[in-house]
Design a protein around this ligand. Structure first.
Ligand code: ADP
Ligand code: MG
Length: 620
């Protein structure tokens, strides 16, 4: 048999390697900025056009390269950062593989201009798909500029795979945040399509965080400081009352490198245990310094994972450092979920909201004595119903619920007083569709009879489904009713959040929001959808941004879907809320008028049917 094994030509090998190094424009941004940092730049400028598809340029004032180095930097395994394998265990640079430039040059049009301080003139090189097009002498300031154009021009499949410019820009912004947070001693500027997005002066960690995430962040930060023989920890955690439903602002750096470590993440969240609502995440910006010899960064090509020699010790130190800060800064006693939502509301609104909430938390609440004020469900037909502000209280119920399971037996269950007047199964004559007999079980289920037996409906999921379909319709036909606010509501957001709000603005208007102003870090809301209480607006929009960020969607269909899902989840009645008779009935009717009454918008079962037969079997 003839020999068939051949060595791949360099440009093909580079293209293949590029698949690992460059997934999207954000990966190029990361590699170029890291190179600039390794080159000891004190000022770095990032210029993006069309979500990085047209142009990614990074300009630094670092050490620059000689003509020979400039040419050789595009070769695979060309690096100035390590000389032998030993160096791998003592890394103080971001890069060391010598792969990035070769990979990027294989799949884009790259233009490099560079000059070391000591030289009079610099070098200008143009490379397209690994082929050097020109190399000449040029006049350029000290430092280096890489311009990467037409990413994936020679790999159409990869290019087509890229998301919308907005989505790619968001990935780039994420990378930018990570690297800018890790290096407050470097000035960063970021331009997108000619607009300045960030101009971050040299500062300390705290100022850098605030400069990126907006002035409001400052008051949310609690410092963390701990120094042991193994590790030095510094940075900030968010106060528990500012936790979010997204993992957005969680940054963990080891030796000034952004790192993902689920294990150490757990150390932080576990320190918050009991202080934050379920489903919420603490924000953190933590900077760890460890001996470079005690970590192995070399386990992942894009280098956001890390292996520590002694992870268990780190876990314990980190957890106790965070706990210590929470205690020391007196954060714990200040906790009050019930109250927090109004803190950001202007005075007039706080006054307006003093009407007693219709559902109250009762510490002596007994789930079997259904005496709390029944609640009306807002339905398709009764849209003018205002949902009372009950945010947070369902969490109080969580603990009670588990108690219910433990120390009761079935015989002690009593149903709402007049609800089972007609016995459930004697209705041979009952119509096939839902009858009018309903009762609420454990403030969680609505039970109703049907001809063959009964159905047990999860009240919260059912209401989610009803609202979800309503909002989808509202957004599509654009006929939602809005309630005008007496005074506009002003809410601040970070620049990144504002970008998302701008993206989903149309859909927000379609469901009934009205805005008078969208400023750089602030919105002024003049109208809200009928079902939304004014005091809930801030939380709701935060939630929307979080959900939207997690899904990273680009097309308008998914945008609508996320919006409808978020709203339905936030506004639906919760487990633990008492529903009055009319509401139970309205909920059942509305549910079965839905297109998909079986499953919630989150794919959860809404109801189960229990037939007379099922029950008969239990009596055999
Ligand atoms: P690595 O960073 O892993 O060494 P790269 O392919 O990213 O590999 O870069 C190759 C080499 O090019 C670097 O080791 C460095 O010597 C040089 N280089 C790249 N970018 C710059 C820059 N902005 N300024 C100075 N030198 C640079
Ligand atoms: Mg590099």
């Amino acid at each position: 048999m003839a020999d068939i094994i051949k060595l791949l030509p360099d440009h093909v090998a580079n293209q293949i390697a590029a698949g690992e190094v460059v997934q999207r424009p954000a990966s190029v941004v990361k590699e170029l900025i890291e190179n600039a940092i390794d080159a000891k730049a004190s000022s770095i400028k990032l210029i993006i056009k069309e979500g990085g598809k047209l142009l990614i340029q990074v300009v630094d004032n670092g050490v620059g390269m000689s003509a020979t180095d400039a040419r050789i930097s595009f070769e695979r395994h060309a690096t100035s950062k390590i000389r032998n394998a030993e160096d791998l265990f003592n890394l103080d640079t971001k890069g060391f593989r010598g792969e990035a430039l070769a990979s990027i040059a294989a799949i884009a049009h790259v233009e490099l201009q560079t000059k070391p301080e000591a030289e009079d003139v610099g070098t200008h090189i143009k490379i397209e798909g690994s082929k050097v097009i020109t190399q000449d002498v040029t006049v350029t300031p000290k430092g280096t500029s890489f311009a990467v154009k037409n990413l994936f021009f020679n790999i159409p499949a990869r290019r087509n795979f890229l998301k919308s410019n907005q989505v790619e820009l968001r990935h780039i912004t994420d990378e930018f945040h990570r690297v800018a947070l890790a290096h407050p001693n470097i000035q960063f500027q970021f331009y997108n399509n000619g607009n300045e997005l960030f101009n971050l002066p040299v500062s300390n960690y705290r100022q850098r965080i605030v400069n990126i995430f907006g002035g409001k962040t400052n008051e949310k930060l609690v410092p963390v400081n701990e120094e042991t023989q193994v590790v030095k920890i510094e940075g900030f955690i968010s106060k528990p009352e500012f936790t979010k439903k997204s993992r957005g602002e969680q940054f963990f750096f080891v030796n000034n490198r952004f790192i993902k470590s689920p294990y150490l993440h757990h150390a932080i969240t576990s320190a918050f245990e009991g202080l934050i609502k379920p489903g919420h995440f603490p924000g953190y910006f933590l900077y760890l310094e460890v001996d470079p010899a005690s970590v192995d960064i070399n386990i992942h090509p894009t280098k956001t994972e890390i292996k520590f020699d002694d992870e268990h010790t780190l876990y314990a130190i980190l957890r106790s450092a965070v706990k210590h800060s929470l205690g020391q800064f007196n954060v714990i006693p200040a906790l009050d979920f019930e109250q927090d939502q109004n803190l950001d509301t202007p005075y007039e609104y706080q006054k307006k909201a003093v009407e007693l909430p219709k559902v109250e938390v009762d510490a002596n609440f007994n789930p079997f004595a259904e005496t709390a004020t029944p609640k009306k469900v807002s339905t398709n037909n009764s849209v003018n119903y205002q949902k009372p502000s009950t945010k947070g209280w369902e969490n109080m119920y969580v603990g009670l619920e588990s108690k219910v399971g433990k120390d009761t037996n079935f015989s002690s269950v009593t149903f709402e007083s007049d609800s089972i007047t007609s016995s459930i199964f004697d209705e041979d004559t009952a119509p096939v569709e839902v009858t009018t007999t309903t009762f609420q079980l454990r403030r969680k289920y609505v039970v109703t009879t049907i001809k063959s037996g009964m159905i047990v409906i999860d009240q919260s999921r059912a209401h989610q489904r009803v609202l979800y379909e309503k909002f989808l319709k509202d957004i599509t036909i654009k006929e939602a009713v809005s309630q005008q606010l007496l005074f506009p509501l002003v809410i601040s957001f970070s620049k990144t959040d504002m970008n998302i709000i701008k993206e989903i603005k149309e859909s927000l208007i379609n469901i009934g929001f009205a805005f008078s102003k969208l400023k750089e870090e602030e919105i002024e809301i003049t109208g809200v959808p009928l079902l939304v209480a004014e005091s809930e607006v801030g939380i709701l929009i935060d939630q929307l941004i979080a959900d939207y960020q997690e899904d990273f969607v680009g097309d308008s269909f998914s945008q609508t879907d996320i919006l409808a899902k978020t709203l339905s989840k936030s506004l639906a009645v919760k487990t633990g809320e008492v529903l009055d008779k009319d509401s139970q009935l309205a909920l059942v009717n509305d549910l079965f008028a839905c297109k998909e009454p079986m499953v919630s918008p989150f794919n959860k079962t809404i109801y189960v049917t229990i037939t007379e037969n099922d029950i008969d079997k239990k009596f055999i």
